[in-house]
Design a protein around this ligand. Structure first.
Ligand code: FMN
Length: 329
């Protein structure tokens, strides 16, 4: 049975499904696409630097922008300085987020020096960071971690126990090490070990591609909820498909019209928001999203050679018109 709800103190997450934070992807526009399709219980911002937040750096604050229809929503912070993290956590609470999450997973070189998975190498520092955030923020607090720095240092169980002791209220586990980055397969047995070690809810993450994977993760690990990242970028319908699958045993695939509506709607919102990196996002998303589309390679090529956002939109429109004409879709 897939859990209908994940409760983190007074926060009700229904169903027990979460959109994973993804830098460069899960901005307010993408998150609202996911919300509009249904089936996702909680969405999260891309990670934001606590240093940037406390300096009120415009770019960092943009990462923390959200719309009222995004609730419930969590903000994710990274940083290694307990005081700075505490100040940033208080700001996140003031902004009206429902939950605060601490990033203990980012493998990027410039991040591990000042937080992310780098904190998995220094558990004393980590304890101070979590303790400071816990004191500063009254809203539900969670962590999202990798399994450890490398194969010789798998610390997920230790970190989960420590976090629970400090008052962290749920823990998400992406069971790859920092050294692994995104290679190989996520080792779900580590999620199971964390689940057995703590009483707070455990959120499993890693390599869910179809609804059946989510069902298997819950069965194999006993985790309380699932979190999905990359699949949501290539198939934003995944959460809705999960809801349908758990209710009926089968799920629908989006057709060409669904794909066109989603892609052009998302791109139009990007253009309307006038983001400085709109064209980059359009190209990136077109690349991920068109793998299931007939003649997707052609569309990717057309989008990649566009120079301005409106040109991308025109090419998407004309591509799908051609597809519709050719196949009578
Ligand atoms: C492009 C990209 C950006 C990511 N950015 C973040 C981030 O900001 N914070 C974080 O905790 N994890 C980040 N992750 C990791 C994902 O949240 C997730 O843990 C990982 O992709 C494994 O889940 P998946 O197999 O469902 O994708 C990122 C992953 C990708 C692919």
């Amino acid at each position: 049975m897939f859990p209908a709800e994940l409760r983190i103190r007074n926060l009700s997450i229904r169903p027990a499904t979460l959109l994973a934070p993804m830098a460069g992807v899960t901005d307010t526009i993408f998150r609202r696409v996911i919300r509009s399709l249904g089936g996702c219980g909680l969405i999260m911002t891309e990670f934001a630097s606590a240093e940037g937040v406390t300096r009120s750096a415009a770019k960092t604050l943009r990462y923390l922008y959200f719309d009222q229809d995004e609730h419930p929503i969590a903000a994710q912070l990274f940083g290694a300085n307990p005081e700075v993290m505490a100040t940033a956590a208080a700001l996140v609470e003031d902004l009206g987020f429902d939950q605060i999450d601490i990033n203990l997973g980012c493998p990027a070189k410039k991040v591990v020096k000042c937080g992310g998975s780098g904190l998995l190498k220094d558990l004393r520092q980590l304890e101070q960071v979590l303790g400071a955030v816990r004191v500063a923020a009254k809203i539900p607090m969670t962590i999202k971690m990798r399994s450890g720095w490398d194969e010789a240092n798998i610390v997920a169980v230790e970190v989960a126990r420590m976090a629970e002791g400090i008052g962290v209220e749920a823990v998400a586990v992406h069971p790859r090490t920092r050294t692994q980055a995104y290679s190989g397969q996520a080792d779900w047995s580590i999620i199971a070990r964390v689940k057995q070690a703590v009483k707070i809810p455990v959120i499993g993450n890693g390599d869910i591609r179809v609804p059946q994977d989510a069902e298997r993760m819950i069965a194999e690990t006993g985790c309380d909820a699932v979190m999905i990242g990359r699949t949501a970028a290539t198939n934003p319908w995944i959460f809705r498909q999960m809801g349908q699958y758990f209710a009926t045993g089968h799920y629908d695939e989006p057709n060409e019209t669904d794909r066109y509506r989603l892609l052009s709607g998302y791109f139009r919102s990007l253009v309307a928001a006038d983001l400085p990196d709109a064209i980059g996002k359009m190209k990136q998303f077109a690349c991920w999203f068109t793998h299931g589309v007939r003649n997707g390679g052609e569309l990717r090529h057309e989008v990649h050679s566009a120079r301005i956002p409106s040109e991308v939109l025109e090419r998407v429109d004309s591509f799908f018109t051609r597809v519709a004409d050719a196949y009578g879709a």
